[in-house]
Design a protein around this ligand. Structure first.
Ligand SMILES: NC(=O)c1ccc[n+]([C@@H]2O[C@H](COP(=O)([O-])OP(=O)(O)OC[C@H]3O[C@@H](n4cnc5c(N)ncnc54)[C@H](O)[C@@H]3O)[C@@H](O)[C@H]2O)c1
Length: 351
């Protein structure tokens, strides 16, 4: 990467805005970052006013991160190409379903020397029923290197500057140092590891486990049950990674923020848990609840469960993932939530 690096943020939802608060402040702390950070905003009207204009005049994302001031260095831009074309570092932070379309719009229009980092939790799907890592979707479409950042990082708490940790998965040591400078604060501690696959896949799979935790809460089970859900879910996450993405996988990564810590946070505080609890109590569909409860935010766990199940079915591995299967079947309303325990009792013994 060259000197005076320009940073662009592709996304401005809850997490995108929280990370913009950090990046916008950190670029002023190091002489080698350019002090203007463009942030791609998917335009929408809030009480008749354009969200991008509100952000640029009030320095607040009133829809996705109300109550927090964004640094003046952060400029909302509604065109993805305009946001990214001069950037040396591209921070991707949109819900995963939008990644292919946005990347295709950027193809051939960004610096060939740019590097990416994905904060996105979820998978892409391949035509033959497999999954594709979002960092690979970005790499393949844009022909750039792409690291990942995942951790126990509920956006609201990060924005409130409550102490937490995160994990950057990056194989290039020099880029890892730059990413640490860009993201780390006194209250947002960054650990860089080379095991990018485990970091990224933990970030996607934990949303499935969080749905199981939400079903457990909705059914009225207590903390012991939730701990069992978390433990069984963690084992399925590790089993999945070691089976399908063994390259460079290290057990130590599962003990970083991206692993067990993110899983615990999501199973207690995240949106997937919350909507899944409401799913059991209300009998409504996940789509209905996403619209009702999430104010434009996206529920990711169920889509991830569907993608993972397609892959497990294709590879004949379904019976080794009873928790993932239960979440998939409950989300589709193929089985009632109360049947989840039946699936958890089937946990395979070996790893
Ligand atoms: N929110 C969190 O606490 C958190 C924490 C860590 C990681 N993440 C991950 O970060 C990623 C982004 O999540 P978020 O919380 O910033 O988003 P969000 O769910 O809060 O908001 C949705 C975003 O998508 C945009 N959008 C809606 N329709 C669109 C379209 N058709 N094209 C492009 N953009 C569109 C909206 O404008 C908004 O910016 C996700 O993968 C999520 O898992 C979120």
């Amino acid at each position: 990467m060259s000197s005076k690096k320009k940073v662009a943020i592709i996304g401005s939802g809850n997490w995108g805005s929280a990370i913009a608060k950090i990046i916008g402040a950190n670029v002023t702390k190091f002489p080698h970052f350019d002090n203007e950070v463009k942030m791609y905003v998917y335009e929408e009207l809030i009480d008749g006013k354009k969200l991008s204009e509100i952000i640029n005049s009030q320095h607040e994302n009133v829809k996705y991160l109300p109550g927090h001031t964004l640094p003046n260095t952060v400029i909302a831009v509604t065109d993805a190409v305009e946001t990214a074309k001069d950037a040396d570092i591209l921070v991707f932070v949109v819900p995963h379903a939008f990644v292919p379309r946005i990347c295709n719009s950027l193809k051939g229009k960004i610096k060939s020397t740019a590097v990416g980092i994905s904060l996105i939790k979820g998978f892409g799907e391949t035509p033959n029923g497999g999954i594709e890592l979002i960092s690979d979707v970005i790499k393949n479409i844009l022909s750039i290197d792409c690291a990942v950042l995942m951790g126990a990082n509920l956006a609201g708490e990060v924005a409130e500057e409550k102490f937490c940790e995160t994990t950057v998965g990056c194989r290039n040591k020099a880029n890892g140092i730059v990413f640490k400078e860009l993201f780390q604060t006194d209250n947002f501690r960054v650990t860089v590891v080379p095991d990018t696959y485990s970091v990224e896949i933990c970030g996607a799979l934990k949303n499935i486990v969080a749905m199981a935790a939400g079903f457990s809460d909705g059914l009225g089970y207590g903390d012991n049950t939730k701990s069992a859900v978390i433990r069984i879910g963690l084992k399925e996450m590790i089993r999945f990674i070691k089976t399908f993405y063994p390259d460079g996988t290290q057990d130590t990564t599962f003990f970083e923020s991206c692993g067990v810590a993110d899983l615990i946070t999501t199973c207690y505080g995240g949106r997937n848990r919350r909507v899944s609890e409401a799913f059991v109590k209300s009998g409504k569909t996940l789509d209905e609840l996403e619209k009702e409860l999430l104010n434009g935010q996206k529920l990711q766990g169920f889509q991830t469960a569907c993608e993972v199940m397609t892959m497990l079915k294709t590879n004949g591995h379904v019976d080794r993932y009873p928790l993932f299967e239960a979440v998939y079947l409950i989300g589709r309303k193929d089985i009632p939530p109360k049947d989840m325990m039946e699936y958890l009792r089937r946990e395979p013994e070996d790893l």
